[in-house]
Design a protein around this ligand. Structure first.
Ligand SMILES: *Cc1c(COP(=O)(O)O)cnc(C)c1O
Length: 354
C-alpha cells in the first residue's frame, strides 16, 4: 500500500530571500535592484500588443540574442538565452557535467549549486575558501568533472581578476568551467572576452540584478559554439520556448538603453561605498564588494540578533545560518533613503544594551 510514496523524489530545495507581504518594508534581502527598469523597457511594455500573446514567442528569441551579442561583441551563435540565469545554469549543469568525476565549487557560494547537483545526481566537492574568503586556485588543479563559481562570488561579494580566471582555465583544459557573472555589472571583472580564447568557458549573466528585471526572468550565457550548441540541444529536449514574448520585447530595450544602465549601476556602487564607510565607522568589518550587496560582520555583536532586530523594524537583510559565515550578514544595496533607514536601525541595535 502507498508504495508510490517510496518513489517520490526527496529533495531539499533552494530557499531564496523572503518575499514579505508586509507593506512599507525596506527590502534588502534578495539582491534586487532598488531602481525601476529602463524607461525604454517600460515603454515597450506599454506598447506591447497583448493580442499577439496568442502566438508562441520567437523560438530562438533571436532579436534579444542579437541585442546581447552586439552589446558583448560576440556572434549570435555564442549567445544562449533562458528563463533567468538559474534556468541557464541548471541547463548548463545538465549539458556539461556528465562525468563520473565530481564537479568543484567553493564551500561558501551560491547555495543553488548543491541543489542542482542533488537534482541531477552530479557528484560534487566543495573546496574551502581561504580565511579571507578567497578561492584557493590550487584546489582546482586536480582531476574534476567541471567547475562552477560566481565571479564576483556570493555571498562574499569578492571578485577575482583576469589573471585568476586565466589560471583557472589553463589548469582545467579538460573540463567545462562556468563563471556565473550575476553581479559583474557592479564593478567586477567580466571574462566574456576570454570565451573567444577558451572553448571550454561558459559565462552566465542575468537581467535580474543590474537591469532591474528580476520579475521578467531573463538569463543568458556566452560561450563557444561548441558549448552553446549543446546548451540549445538540451534546452530543446526540455522546453522549446523558454523566453516569453514580453521578455524579448522589454529585454531588447533594456540592453539598448546603456545610458540608464550605466547611471543606475553607478548610483548603486556609490551608495555601496558610502554604506561600507559608515558601517566601518561603527566597527563593522565589510568585505571589499564588487556587487550590489555587502557582506559584513562585527566582532562585538551577534549578527543573527541584528538580523532579527532589523526584521522586527521592517528592515529585511539576509542571514545564513551556515558554518564559517554564521556571524555575517548580507545586505543588498538600496536607495540612499533606504540606506539612511538601515543605518539608523543598525545604530538602534548597537545602542540598545546601553
Ligand atoms: C541571483 C543569482 C542568480 C540567478 O538569477 P536569475 O534571477 O535566475 O537570473 C544566479 N547566480 C547567482 C550567484 C545569483 O546571485
Amino acid at each position: 500500500m502507498n508504495e508510490w510514496k517510496n518513489n517520490l523524489r526527496k529533495i531539499k530545495p533552494y530557499v531564496p530571500g523572503e518575499q514579505s507581504k508586509e507593506k512599507n518594508i525596506v527590502k534588502l534581502n534578495a539582491n534586487e535592484n532598488p531602481y525601476p527598469p529602463s524607461p525604454k523597457a517600460i515603454e515597450a511594455l506599454k506598447a506591447f500588443n497583448a493580442e499577439s500573446l496568442r502566438l508562441y514567442p520567437h523560438a530562438d528569441a533571436t532579436p534579444l540574442k542579437a541585442a546581447i551579442a552586439e552589446y558583448y561583441g560576440v556572434e549570435i551563435e555564442n549567445v544562449f538565452l533562458g528563463n533567468g540565469s538559474d534556468d541557464v545554469i541548471a541547463l548548463a549543469f545538465q549539458a556539461f557535467f556528465n562525468s563520473e568525476k565530481p564537479i568543484l565549487f567553493p564551500d561558501i557560494t551560491y547555495s543553488f549549486y548543491p541543489v542542482w547537483c542533488e537534482l541531477f545526481k552530479i557528484p560534487f566537492k566543495t573546496p574551502a575558501l581561504n580565511k579571507d574568503f578567497r578561492i584557493n586556485i590550487d584546489d582546482y588543479s586536480g582531476e574534476n568533472g567541471g567547475i562552477v563559481f560566481p565571479n564576483p562570488n556570493a555571498p562574499t561579494s569578492i571578485c577575482e581578476g583576469e589573471e585568476f580566471i586565466r589560471k583557472m582555465l589553463d589548469n582545467n583544459t579538460d573540463s567545462v568551467v562556468i563563471v556565473d557573472e550575476a553581479y559583474v555589472d557592479f564593478g567586477g571583472y567580466s571574462s566574456v572576452k576570454l570565451t573567444k580564447e577558451y572553448e571550454n568557458l561558459l559565462v552566465t549573466g542575468t537581467f535580474s540584478k543590474s537591469r532591474s528585471l528580476a520579475g521578467l526572468r531573463i538569463g543568458f550565457a556566452i560561450g563557444s559554439r561548441a558549448l552553446v550548441s549543446v546548451l540549445e540541444a538540451v534546452k530543446n529536449s526540455y522546453n522549446s520556448y523558454t523566453v516569453d514574448a514580453l521578455s524579448i520585447a522589454m529585454g531588447i530595450e533594456s540592453v539598448n538603453d546603456d545610458e540608464y544602465f550605466k547611471a543606475t549601476t553607478a548610483k548603486i556602487i556609490n551608495t555601496r561605498e558610502r554604506l561600507k564607510t559608515e558601517l566601518e565607522a561603527l566597527g563593522f568589518e565589510v568585505l571589499n564588494s564588487s556587487t550590489n550587496f555587502i557582506f559584513a560582520t562585527h566582532k562585538k555583536y551577534n549578527m543573527k540578533e541584528m538580523f532579527e532586530f532589523l526584521k522586527a523594524r521592517k528592515v529585511f537583510i539576509r542571514y545564513f545560518n551556515l558554518p564559517r559565515i554564521d556571524n555575517y550578514v548580507r545586505i543588498t544595496i538600496g536607495t540612499d533613503i533606504e540606506t539612511d533607514i538601515l543605518i539608523s536601525e543598525i545604530n538602534n541595535f548597537l545602542n540598545k544594551g546601553e
